[in-house]
Design a protein around this ligand. Structure first.
Ligand SMILES: *Cc1c(COP(=O)(O)O)cnc(C)c1O
Length: 355
């Protein structure tokens, strides 16, 4: 084996005896099922949901494997990416002893999940153009550093992280490198899933919440070596993905044409928003985006944020975040939504700030 993750695992996880569900022991679909204490008549609802779902989502994973060009055994599905993040902490990080490296400004869940699991975070800020300080990151690691979280394209800055820097972390860091690609569908950058056969310490996260338009269903993907996926499967709640989600997403992944069309529309709208905002002289900076949002620097950002809410337009106020001072993060909407936002923004500046 090229890279064995066993020494990185918490010792009790190595020897853990997982729950075996009724549907682990018999996987056939035909039969009289008197094994799981389900309701045999059906459901109270019009549709039937009375049977427990496939704990390993094999039908869905077979389709995802096709479109992502990986093996089924290299896929973990979680109740949102957030579940995968939490499971990584629980599998690898001993509370009060181990640490992880975060690269702010970035997605907030890494820190929250570390906090819940009582794991120390070491923060190495990104550079002014939101790239990695690779030397400093590697310098901050020690024998208790288990995970480095890299988000690319990064939230909230929207840029892609230099590929060579991530590859260097994979080569020189002996713990796990998580590459969160929640926004990869909006980028021209190839996915790091291409490297999961080369680096046993790599885990790539993607999600159905953004480009696929399925945020409410809660389905996140993790791609890694078979050995790593096995660990996550051993510690996850047995039926973490509902049958309704599995069926609905199965239909979605068989309609790749639709997601591609929606991505094309969102990219076009991102460009429209960028152009329109560039023309406004009070806009100081629009950061280059490989995601479905724009980070925009404007004077009085917090006031503008409040005034936008008065107009029932809700954006994300990032103005108190390190390296994002005076910035708002604006998700790309539909054309009428974007027009309403632009109009409100212009009104706020002319009326409130006399610019
Ligand atoms: C939105 C987002 C996710 C998605 O999380 P889900 O739990 O799958 O909805 C993951 N990572 C980042 C950086 C995000 O911005």
């Amino acid at each position: 084996m090229k890279f064995d993750i066993t020494p990185l695992l918490r010792p009790h996880i190595v020897n853990l005896l997982p729950y075996t569900s009724a549907r682990d022991e018999y996987t056939g679909k035909e039969g009289i099922f008197l094994d799981a204490n389900e309701n045999p008549y059906g459901s109270v609802t019009d549709e039937d949901y009375n049977r427990y779902p496939d704990p390993y989502q094999l039908e869905l994973k077979a389709e995802i494997a096709e479109i992502k060009n990986v093996k089924s055994s290299q896929i973990f599905l979680g109740n949102g990416s957030d579940e995968a993040i939490d499971l990584l902490f629980r599998a690898f990080c001993n509370p009060g002893k181990d640490n992880v490296i975060l690269l702010p400004p970035t997605y907030g869940m890494y820190e929250v999940s570390a906090g819940i699991n009582d794991v120390e975070t070491r923060k190495i800020p990104l550079t002014a153009d939101f790239q990695l300080q690779t030397d400093k990151i590697l310098g901050a690691t020690d024998e208790h550093t288990k995970i480095i979280f890299v988000c690319s394209p990064n939230n909230p800055s929207g840029n892609k992280v230099n590929r060579e820097d991530i590859l260097r972390l994979l080569q020189e860091f002996k713990g796990l490198v998580v590459v969160d690609e929640a926004y990869i569908d909006f980028s021209d950058e190839p996915s790091f899933t291409n490297y999961i056969n080369d680096y046993g310490n790599l885990l790539v996260m993607q999600t159905f919440s953004k480009a696929w338009g399925l945020a409410s269903l809660r389905l996140g993907m993790a791609f890694a070596s078979k050995q790593m996926i096995k660990v996550l499967n051993r510690i996850k709640p047995p039926y973490n993905i509902s049958g309704l989600t599995q069926q609905t997403v199965l239909a979605a992944v068989r309609n790749v044409a639709k997601v591609n069309a929606m991505i094309a529309d969102m990219l076009q709208e991102r460009e429209y928003l960028r152009k329109e905002m560039t023309a406004l002289d009070f806009v100081e900076k629009i950061y280059p985006s490989h995601a479905n949002f724009l980070l925009v620097k404007i004077p009085n950002a917090s006031h503008v944020y409040d005034d936008l809410i008065e107009e029932k337009i809700i954006v994300r106020n990032r103005s108190k975040v390190q390296l994002c001072e005076e910035c708002l993060r604006i998700s790309v909407g539909t054309r009428p939504e974007n027009e309403a936002f632009l109009q409100a923004l212009k009104k706020i500046y002319t009326e409130s700030f006399n610019l």
